[in-house]
Design a protein around this ligand. Structure first.
Ligand code: SF4
Ligand code: SF4
Length: 435
């Protein structure tokens, strides 16, 4: 009866979630105690005051499919060049750093034509949403002219700039005028940060802090993205000291997110490192309450998908696609003229077209990838974990025999019988239900 139900406690209340239908139920301490007594007495729930809500939670009915609206706007990711002033040890672009071509000013209308072709094929309106600027390091001085042209071309749009932050301050005049948010990679205090983020100048870290400070003082939203390492959790207390000292920790405009080092795609995390990270993060929250300010949506592969479903299911809907890459054409435009469907992995498996020499779109591949959802993938249709896993990362799944529709059970299957799964769920659910 309760096989698929996880329980987590948020100090004053208990949260029950059925993984099979993503429904949740919040109980007071007293009600939860009543429930545990009734379970001990052979699942006799007849007399519970919240019997109806509990039965609804346990009912394995399928929620109604939420169709992603075709008129949804597109958020192109412009990878200006692979050049960077850092040489991070875990950079996923290390193998392609030799590519020296860049997005040039004359490529901007080509990217627009790419979307013209796409929209005319599907007979839909072209509608840009947020424009992502990324690299390499997008704010390098060499990219200054193309950035000006991009800001002009999409002047009505919002920008998200994924950066190491060291040139934010230098670009402040142009950045001040636009609607933008910064996603800045900072791995902790300087000693931690510089262990794996190898920089050509010691000043880069200082410049990053200066840039973030400028952005926050000018009402720009900043998300600090940190790769979490379990080897020395004390370092994170020093990081929180720094954030507190700078007056940033409780600032509404600043979010700090921990994520894990990935190999090939979102599900490809070394299992040993993963388990160590979960234990260390759990200890960190016990040891230093400031860790509760840190969000971990990317800490477990697919937790963003699970969280979305926990939200949607309240209205009787669910999201059938593990990630937006599979259904929304927010494509990544690489500096060499190739177009990829995912901005984390640029390889044959994510390649879907060209925009520089000529416009090419592989519509057959796009259509096949759209079938990668938990309603159409044979293995996933009846899987108890589908609302949490979503069929897994496309890239990890394809790796075996190249079949675009292979499921990628990855971490969910690895951890299903792992004692740390409850621990992981506690952190994910805590963050959802305390927001
Ligand atoms: S396809 Fe989706 S899940 Fe896989 S690496 Fe790209 S963003 Fe992550
Ligand atoms: S990928 Fe595996 S674990 Fe995930 S939904 Fe499909 S069958 Fe289930």
């Amino acid at each position: 009866m309760f096989d698929n139900v996880f329980v987590t406690s948020n100090r004053s209340k208990y949260i029950l979630i059925n993984m099979k239908n993503a429904k949740s139920l919040i109980l007071s301490k007293k009600s939860f105690k009543e429930l545990t007594i009734s379970i001990r007495n052979g699942n006799n729930i007849k007399n519970l005051s919240f019997k109806e809500e509990l039965l609804s939670l346990l009912k394995d009915d399928e929620p109604v499919l939420r169709q992603v609206e075709p008129e949804q706007s597109y958020n192109p990711v412009l990878m200006l060049s692979y050049d960077c002033n850092y040489d991070c040890l875990y950079c996923y672009q290390r193998d392609i750093k030799g590519i020296t071509t860049k997005i040039e000013i004359e490529d901007i209308p080509r990217i627009d034509s790419f979307y013209d072709k796409f929209c005319s094929h599907y007979n839909i309106e072209k509608k840009y949403g947020t424009i992502y600027l990324t690299g390499g390091e997008p704010l390098l001085p060499d990219n200054s002219d193309v950035i000006d042209a991009i800001l002009m071309f999409w002047k009505e749009n919002r920008f998200i700039i994924k950066t190491n932050g060291s040139y934010i301050f230098e670009n402040r005049d142009k950045l001040l005028k636009i609607n933008c948010e910064f996603h800045v990679s900072v791995d902790g205090v300087y000693e931690t940060h510089s262990k794996r983020r190898i920089s050509k100048s010691k000043d880069n870290y200082k410049d990053t802090l200066l840039g973030i400070d400028w952005a926050l003082s000018n009402d720009k939203k900043v998300v600090i993205l940190s790769i979490f390492y379990p080897d020395n959790i004390d370092q994170y207390s020093h990081f929180f000291d720094l954030l507190e000292h700078l007056g940033w920790l409780k600032t509404d405009n600043l979010a700090v997110q921990f994520s894990l080092e990935l190999n090939n795609g979102c599900d490809d995390i070394c299992n040993e490192y993963y388990i160590e990270a979960i234990i260390a993060f759990d200890n960190l929250r016990k040891k230093d309450k400031r860790a509760y300010y840190i969000s971990i949506p990317k800490f477990f592969p697919g937790s963003g998908f699970l969280i979305e479903n926990l939200m949607h299911v309240k209205t009787g809907e669910y999201q059938p696609y593990r990630c937006n890459c599979l259904i929304i054409p927010s494509y990544s435009f690489a500096p060499d003229g190739k177009v990829y469907m995912c901005n984390l992995v640029a390889d044959d498996c994510t390649y879907i077209g060209e925009y520089k020499e000529h416009i090419f779109i592989n519509f057959n591949k796009i259509e096949t990838i759209k079938k990668r959802n938990i309603d159409e993938m044979e293995n996933c249709k009846h899987c108890d974990w589908k609302l949490a896993c979503g069929g897994g990362c496309f890239i990890t799944g394809v790796k075996g025999d190249g079949n675009l529709l292979n499921p990628s059970c990855g971490q969910w299957q690895n951890l299903k019988s792992n004692i740390h799964l409850q621990n992981i769920m506690n952190h994910i659910l805590f963050d959802v239900f305390t927001e």
